[in-house]
Write a protein of this length. Structure first.
Length: 186
C-alpha cells in the first residue's frame, strides 16, 4: 500500500504542471487510504496487545492506562531523590531538579588544587617564529567563506576576497602583537 502511494506520488510529481491529470487525485486518495489503514492497524494492535496481556505485562498495561496522556516528544525528568547535607530531599520543580543534577554531576572545586601559591614556572623554551605575509595569506584562504563572523564582525568572505590587500597590513598588526606579547582578553 505504501509502495503504491509512493509510486503515485512520483507520477504526480512528474505531472505537477498538469493539475487536471487524474494521477493527482489518485495519489491523494491513496495517501488518505494509507493514513486510515495505519491508524486502524495501530488501534487494532493496541486492542490485541491488551487482550493478550498476562501477569508480567498487566502492570505495564496499568502503567500505560493510569498515567495522564502527555506529549511523548517532550523530555520529562521525573522527581529526583538525592541527599543534601546527609538528608534525603526530593526535587520536583525544574529549578530544584537542575540544581540536583548539577550538584551530582559536577564536583565542587577542591579547597587545595595541589599547586603551591608561590610556584615559579620555568621560562618558555623558545621564542615563536616570525609570521610571514605568505602564512597570513595561506591562513586566510583556508577559512570557510560563509561561517559566522567573529568578534570583529568581518565575514570571512570579505577577508578571502581582499586577501591581497589585507595581508601586508595584517602582517604588521600580527608582528606587533607577537613582539609585545598581546592577546585577546578571554
Amino acid at each position: 500500500m505504501r509502495r503504491n502511494m509512493n509510486k503515485l506520488g512520483r507520477l504526480s510529481y512528474k505531472r505537477k504542471d498538469d493539475l487536471a491529470h487524474p494521477v493527482h487525485t489518485e495519489h491523494k486518495d491513496a495517501g488518505r487510504l494509507y493514513d486510515r489503514t495505519l491508524e486502524r492497524t495501530k488501534k487494532q494492535h493496541w486492542r490485541d496487545w491488551l487482550k493478550r496481556a498476562v501477569d508480567p505485562d498487566i502492570w505495564t498495561v496499568h502503567k500505560y492506562t493510569s498515567q495522564p496522556s502527555s506529549d511523548g516528544a517532550k523530555a520529562r525528568i521525573p522527581a529526583l531523590k538525592h541527599k543534601r547535607n546527609g538528608e534525603e530531599v526530593i526535587a520536583s520543580i525544574n529549578q530544584d531538579k537542575s540544581q540536583a543534577l548539577a550538584y551530582s554531576l559536577f564536583l565542587a572545586k577542591p579547597a587545595d588544587a595541589g599547586i603551591p601559591s608561590a610556584f615559579v614556572y620555568p621560562p618558555t623554551c623558545c621564542k615563536p617564529d616570525q609570521i610571514t605575509v605568505e602564512q597570513i595569506t595561506y591562513q586566510i584562504h583556508k577559512l570557510k567563506p560563509y561561517k559566522a563572523p567573529g568578534l570583529d564582525g568581518i565575514p570571512n568572505i570579505v577577508l578571502m576576497r581582499c586577501a591581497d590587500l589585507l595581508s601586508d597590513r595584517l602582517y604588521y598588526i600580527y608582528k606587533a602583537m607577537t613582539e609585545r606579547n598581546l592577546h585577546y582578553a578571554p
